[in-house]
Design a protein around this ligand. Sequence first.
Ligand code: OKP
Ligand code: ZN
Length: 351
Amino acid sequence: MKIVYSEEHRHHDPEHEFRRSENVPAFERAVRASVIETTLREKNFGTFIAPDEGGVPFTGVHDEAYLRFLRTVHARFQTEGSGQEPLPYCWPTTSRPRLPPQDLFGAIGFFAGDADTPIVAGTWKAAEAAARGASTAARKVARGEARAAFALTRPPGHHASRSTYSGYCFLNNAALACAQLQQEGFARVALLDIDYHHGNGSQAIFEATSDVLFVSIHADPDHAYPFYSGRADEVGHGEGRGFTVNLPLPPGTTWDPYRDALLRACEAIARFAPSALVVSIGLDIAVGDPLGTFELETDAFREIGALLRTLHLPTVFVLEGGYDIPTIGLNTFALLNSFAPDAQDDSPGAP
Ligand code: OKP
Ligand code: ZN
């Protein structure tokens, strides 16, 4: 298995965020990726590679005006704002115009999905590197250079839609991996999202298409962020109707009911018969995660990897959430190592 990793994620390392209106130490920190990197290296798992020069398939995933905003917002804030961190204070609610207003705070509210996704000076640099990492992982798998790859990237991506940043996410790395696989000739791709939080950005990007099946297992939005999407009756729109599958689970979910949901997810994927699979992995489904309530132990991550292996698909794993620093490395290893026990074997036939 190829592991795509670059130190550039460190450019985005915010110290604080808001939590239910309170300023608290940030959860989505650089140490998350470094602890996973260290664990996988200690276990001698996989082959580490850097992102390649192949670019990012932005078209079809993110809007031009949104990308321009992300590239420039922090610099604009230094002159047009207070010079600290850009935070939205108002949002379009009754309707969203086609284009953002010229005013900086009008634009921030236009593109922001929440008020606890800090933007620092290096955010664009880090987000762009993560997007390149996910695109690289997809290229390696598509070109048969590896049967599976892991984009060990942050900031995460699954809450970012075509033109909103939210939930620590700016560029939708998993969606970009899907787009890259499609560009390389894999017409039908399944995107499985097992982060604790519903991947509302990924769903929004693909809800009107039948080429990408989006399947998500997550905490019931009645009780968990992102609150306004992820219910079981959201099944896609138009041509994409039936190609979105949401499997919400109650707070406190343990392995047995989780496994049932994962089996259903795997059945939906097998029925779709894709030519490749992208998995958004969130380690925040682990017991003890500060932002989750599920109770999955390390054994469960092993079982998840083993179950995904039975799909026999070229697979791109993309890191999303997971905030319990002492366990995220081991749980990532548990999942990936049971998916690909012989991870040093990168030949196309190998898992
Ligand atoms: C991102 B990912 C703390 C409250 C929670 C949103 C959670 C984002 C999770 N400020 N904020 O899906 O792990
Ligand atoms: Zn999450």
